[in-house]
Ligand binder design. Structure first.
Ligand code: SF4
Length: 445
């Protein structure tokens, strides 16, 4: 038997916040066995790469990271473990071609981690993809700054958008039981901001409770005294109903922010994407949200250059942005992913056109965001301090309308500020993404 307590474990987590939560659970499993974790990959005896395979670029990044990791084998590294989305979907191709890796585990196989590793130490290359049963602990070694954390409430997706590989990698939507999630949230300790994530947060509960259960869950979650506020990411537009809107409006612990990835505005393209909803319905939803909650900050993402998207439809999205006036938006060029229905669609658009369209969408949104942010100049805004920005020589934080890692920041001067605390910051200027200011009692020496 290998004495794993004598080994050092390093982890590189790639991809999204949902993958990050899986990594945090794996770290907890390793720690619970009394093993040592290290931040320094050159020190690790066992290096784990938790991969993303959503897009061609993420697969490339994952493979490059594994190859980089393998280069440490001459020093301390003994075993290289590749887990998550990439082996889940592609282990058939990878097992022979990525000979640098010693162990492969899929997205539901973390419970087999030590068994697979033991087998590898006995001299075999190990493919355990599909052998786990997802009986994965809920404890976490949180890797975000200590005042905010993600809570992954479900895995998989039932939406089958024609450009997306996720349902083929992660399988159908599976909600995690509410009691388990409440315990996980409680075990996180004091959290200023808890961010709910899943491929589709708004679908929570249908598979296990027979009806939408997000509002019930939010009501329970926000009774936890250690959770100061809750932010919702990734809500599917047609799942946002009156009950959810009322809960966001009336529950003081829910941040008045909603991430609704719309992906496109034009009805014909939405249909090709297999997205439910139309341009009119999306505009109606946005109006409804703003009427019910005037301060609501809506974030969204859009794909440009989907097969067959005409110049007119692209202009339609620019026009939609001007009408919808969303606070934060991300834009992506359509990525042609093998094994998705959109891959075979006619009218694939060349790279240069896609890039031009994305650039233009950013230009349109920049003006809208600047208009929104500049309305705060001269005013006091409540800011959650995320820490110090050493390059800029000031504190950095976020207003309620910004989620960490994806939205803009507030850079501010203050005599002192503590990470995880809220402060009133007078905004003195902004650009189209960030705001700049100072705390009310700041004395410039
Ligand atoms: S909602 Fe669509 S884009 Fe999002 S994960 Fe599901 S299939 Fe993919």
């Amino acid at each position: 038997m290998t004495d794993f307590k004598r080994k050092k474990f390093g982890v590189i987590s790639l991809g999204c916040d949902k993958n990050r939560v899986d990594t945090e659970k794996l770290l907890s499993l390793i720690k619970s066995e009394g093993c040592t974790l290290t931040d320094d990959v050159t020190e690790a005896n066992i290096l784990i790469v938790n991969t993303c395979a959503f897009l061609n670029e993420s697969r490339k990044e994952a493979i490059e990271t594994v190859l980089d990791g393998a280069s440490y084998k001459s020093a301390n590294l003994e075993k290289l473990v590749v887990c998550g989305c990439l082996p889940q979907k592609y282990v058939g191709e990878l097992y022979d071609s990525l000979s640098e890796a010693d162990v492969f585990l899929g997205t539901n196989d973390y419970d087999k981690f030590f068994e697979a590793l033991e087998k590898s130490y006995s001299g075999e290359r190990v493919n355990f993809v599909g052998l786990g049963d997802n009986t994965f602990n809920t404890n976490r070694v949180v890797t975000t700054p200590c005042h905010y954390a993600y809570l992954k409430i479900a895995d998989g997706c039932n939406n089958f958008c024609t450009y997306c590989l996720i349902p083929k990698i992660r399988g159908r939507y599976v909600s995690y039981p509410m009691e388990q999630l409440l315990k996980e949230a409680e075990d996180l300790g004091d959290v200023s901001e808890l961010i709910l994530v899943a491929q589709d947060v708004s679908r929570y509960g249908i598979d296990i409770y027979g009806k939408k259960f997000l509002v019930n869950f939010l009501k329970k979650l926000t009774t936890l005294v250690n959770i100061n506020s809750v932010r919702l990411l990734y809500c599917y537009p047609d799942m946002i109903d009156d009950e959810l809107i009322a809960e966001i409006r009336d529950n003081p612990k829910i941040i008045k922010y909603l991430d609704i990835p719309l992906q496109h505005s034009e009805s014909r393209v939405l249909k090709l994407m297999n997205r439910r909803g139309t341009r009119e319905e999306y505009l109606e939803l946005i109006k409804k949200l703003k009427d019910a909650i005037p301060v609501i900050a809506i974030r969204s993402t859009f794909i440009s250059g989907f097969p067959g998207e005409t110049e007119q439809e692209f202009e339609g999205t620019c026009d939609f942005l001007k009408q919808a006036k969303l606070v934060n938006c991300g834009f992506f060029a359509y990525s042609r992913e093998p094994d998705t229905p959109a891959y075979k669609m006619p009218g694939q658009i060349n790279y240069a056109v896609k890039k031009r369209r994305v650039k233009k969408l950013y230009e349109v949104q920049r003006e809208i965001s600047y208009g929104f942010l500049s309305s705060f100049v001269g005013k006091s805004v409540k800011v959650l301090c995320d820490g110090i920005d050493y390059d800029k020589g000031c504190f950095v934080g976020r207003a309620y309308f910004s989620a960490p890692e994806i939205d803009g920041k507030v850079y501010f001067n203050a005599n002192s500020a503590v990470q995880g605390e809220y402060y009133d910051v007078i905004i003195t200027s902004c650009d189209s993404y960030d705001m700049f200011g100072q705390m009310e009692d700041f004395e410039n020496e």
